[in-house]
Ligand binder design. Structure first.
Ligand code: KG4
Ligand code: ZN
Length: 357
């Protein structure tokens, strides 16, 4: 069976063809994977502008789907998978309407996919089926959540961010430093040149676990807004000390040390929660998916900690860590095999809960 996947939840228009292999350990093979990124359009505004995103999806979707079908070698597909949510509603609607029309015209079933279930499936595309139960961290520009996956494709949320997502924190700190959008890749690169203890930054103390009451719910929640405020305050102090105006750039040594220190703290916060929860739930493996999983320190430190704790760590290949449709197609195949097919009334849902997927 071959499935065509379509993803338009944020600022990439993506389509991919994925085939079942028949191998239980590595169930999917990617036949094609096409992504048209809108980053250059949104960079000018310092972040994603929803209306511009929706309009660009309309321009790009036909070409992107055609290319994905062409690249696959054979134009035949047996079903279509599409991201139903969460995401920007105008953007989601472009992919969803397109997929609905195409499924109807071709007489093939349509399978709705949760965007984060797609990110989790990128781990299977990269490393094969995960030993279960698994604890998975989904960390992107819009999400920072921890899930327990007791059975393949079933998710129970263990924690989520109470304010900014980790990727959003990267983007905001990069903006404060005048480094442009998106901030993650730039800070990641600069961090490797700086002293990661150069700037003292706080580890968020907010959960019940931090208050010695780990039995209370919400102990795995995240918060990144305090860290961002600490960065703002630090920058103000340095500017005053150096006699710099609000718009003047800081010396490169300041920028690399702040990048390295910020990155160390973010990675520690993420990995502490992930490995604590893995231990608490007797996980057989852990995974890290979403755009921030491209981060070099997060990948390295996760691998080191996994080896120390004897836990296999699943991280997607770089090409599948940011938004793409191969992960949506693969998650769609899994959902289809579990009996999931869309009703004709299927609608986009900007805040679709993972548990409903
Ligand atoms: O999953 P994604 O492509 O889109 C969303 O669903 O949000 O993630 C994009 C996010 C952005 O915030 C970007 O700054 C972050 O992922 N990102 C990174 C890195 N590469 C991308 N963050 C840290 N380090 C990176 N290397
Ligand atoms: Zn995403």
């Amino acid at each position: 069976m071959v499935i065509l996947g379509i993803e338009t939840s944020c600022d990439e228009t993506a389509a991919a063809m994925v085939e079942e292999t028949g191998d239980a350990a590595r169930p999917w093979r990617v036949l094609s994977n096409v992504v048209a990124s809108q980053v250059d359009i949104h960079r000018e505004w310092g972040g994603v502008v929803p209306e511009l995103s929706a309009r660009q999806h309309i321009r790009d979707i036909c070409g992107v789907v055609e290319k994905a079908v062409e690249d696959a070698g054979s134009p035949r597909y047996d079903a279509i998978a599409v991201t139903q949510g969460p995401g920007l509603v105008g953007s989601l609607l472009v992919g969803l309407s397109f997929a609905k029309a195409l499924a109807w015209a071709r007489g093939v079933p349509l399978v709705p996919v949760h965007h984060l279930a797609g990110h989790v499936e990128s781990l299977v595309l990269g490393g094969g089926e995960m030993p279960l139960p698994a604890v998975v961290l989904v960390v992107s520009g819009g999400h920072t959540s921890l899930y327990l996956e007791p059975r393949a494709g079933v998710f129970e949320r263990l924690g989520r961010t109470r304010d900014d997502a980790a990727g959003e924190a990267y983007d905001k700190v990069a903006k404060l430093l005048g480094l442009g959008y998106p901030g993650g890749p730039v800070i990641d690169r600069l961090a490797n040149q700086g002293n990661d203890r150069g700037v003292p930054l706080p580890r968020t103390r907010l959960t019940h676990a931090d208050r010695n009451a780990p039995h209370l719910p919400g102990r795995s929640d995240f918060s990144f807004s305090g860290l961002k405020t600490a960065v703002v305050r630090h920058l103000q102090r340095r500017r005053t000390l150096l006699g710099l105006g609000a718009d003047e750039p800081l010396p490169p040594a300041d920028v690399v040390d702040l990048s390295a220190s910020f990155q160390r703290v973010v990675v520690e916060i993420l990995l502490d929660r992930l490995f604590d929860d893995a231990r608490a739930h007797g996980a057989q493996s852990v995974g890290i998916a979403g755009g921030v999983s491209a981060n070099s320190r997060l990948r390295e430190d996760a691998t080191t900690r996994g080896a120390a704790e004897g836990l296999p760590v699943f991280i997607p290949p770089l090409a599948l860590s940011t938004d793409n449709a191969a992960m949506i197609a693969a998650a769609g195949l899994r959902a289809f095999r579990a009996g999931r097919v869309a009703e004709e009334s299927l609608n986009a849902d900007a805040s679709l809960p993972m548990e409903a997927a």
